[in-house]
Write a protein that binds this ligand. Sequence first.
Ligand code: AQP
Length: 345
Amino acid sequence: MAGFKERVFSGVQPTGNLHLGNYLGAIKRFVELQSGRDCIYCVVDMHALTAQLYQPDLASQIREVTAAFLAAGIDPKAHIVFNQSQVSAHAELAWIFNCVARLGWMNRMTQFKEKAGKDRENASLGLYAYPSLMAADILLYRATHVPVGEDQKQHLELTRDIASKFNNDFAAPIAERGFGEGFFPLTEPLIGGPAARVMSLRDGSKKMSKSDPSDFSRINLTDDPDTIAQKVRKAKTDPEPLPSEEAGLAGRPEAENLVGIYAGLAERSKEEVLREFGNAQFSAFKSALVDLSVERLGPIGSEMKRLQDDPGYIEAVLADGAARARAIAAETMAAVKDIVGFVRL
Ligand code: AQP
C-alpha cells in the first residue's frame, strides 16, 4: 500500500488441536512470506477466551502454537513472535474500535452466527466483539498484509471498514499530524492457494476445525505417522475414480478436498495433481497422500514436541517478541490517543 511500510501480521488462537487446515491456510504461508518482509506473528490468546472461558491447558496451548510457528520455520529473531495478552494495547485499541464499528456491521458476521449457534442470547459479548479485537490486532501494527484462511475473509473486510471510518471520522486531526493518506492502512488479505479452505475428512461440507468433536475429522500437527495414515485411509470419499481435470471435481467435495490437501502440501496446483492422478482409484491416491503428509508434517510434529519439552526457550522467544511488539504498539497508541483527543500526561 502506497504510503505505508509493508508489514505482515497474522495470528492463531491457542485453542488446542492445531491441524492441517491451520497449517496450509495460515502457518505455511506465514513462513513463505518472511523473505524480504517485516512480519509479526501472534498467538491470539485473548481471542481464545471467546471459545471457552476456562481452559485449564491454556498456557500449554499457547506454547504449542508458538512451537508450531517455530517448527514450521518462522525465524523469531528476524520477525516478531509473541502472545497477544502480553501487549495490553490490543485491548485498548479494541475498545476504540468498538466505538468505531457499527452494530449493523457486526450483525452481519457469519462466524459469530455459526459459533453462537441457536443459543445466541447465551453467547458472550467477547465472541460478538471478536472481529473488532481482530481489527485492533492488525491495525495496532498498521499492517498492510494479512495471510489467513478463507474463513477469515469477512473479518478482514470489517477491518478495512473500521480503518476507513476511523480515517474519515478523524480526517482533520489525522491531517494536522501529517498522516496525509489516513492513519490506518486498508489492509489486504492474502488468501489463496489450493488449500485456503481445508474441509473435514469426515464431511466435505464442513471446515476442518479444532473444535470438531471427531478427531478423525482433522489431521493434527502432532499426529504420528500411523495416526496420519489411519485418518487419511478413513477419510470419506465417493465411489468414482479421480477425474483428470479440475472441472470434474464439481459436486465432489470430499475428492476436491483431498486433491486440494495434496496440492497444498506438494506446492502444486490441483490441475497438476489431477494430471498425475486422474483416473486413479482413491486407494492409490490415498497411499500417495499418506506418504506426502508424513514427509511434510512428520518433521514439524517432532520438532514441536522437542520445543515443547523446553518451555523456557519458548517463553524467552515470547518475551523478546512481546517487548518488540510493545514498542511498535506504544507508538501507534500515542498517535491514536492524540488523534482521538485524549489528554496524554
Ligand atoms: N480449515 C481451514 N482451512 C484453511 N485455513 C484454516 N484456518 C482455520 N481453519 C482452516 C486458518 O487458520 C488460522 C488460524 O485460525 P484460528 O485458530 O485463529 O481460528 P479458526 O479459524 O476459528 O480455527 P479453527 O481451527 O476452525 O478453530 P475453531 O474450531 O475453534 O473454529 C486462520 O488464518 C484461519 O483462517
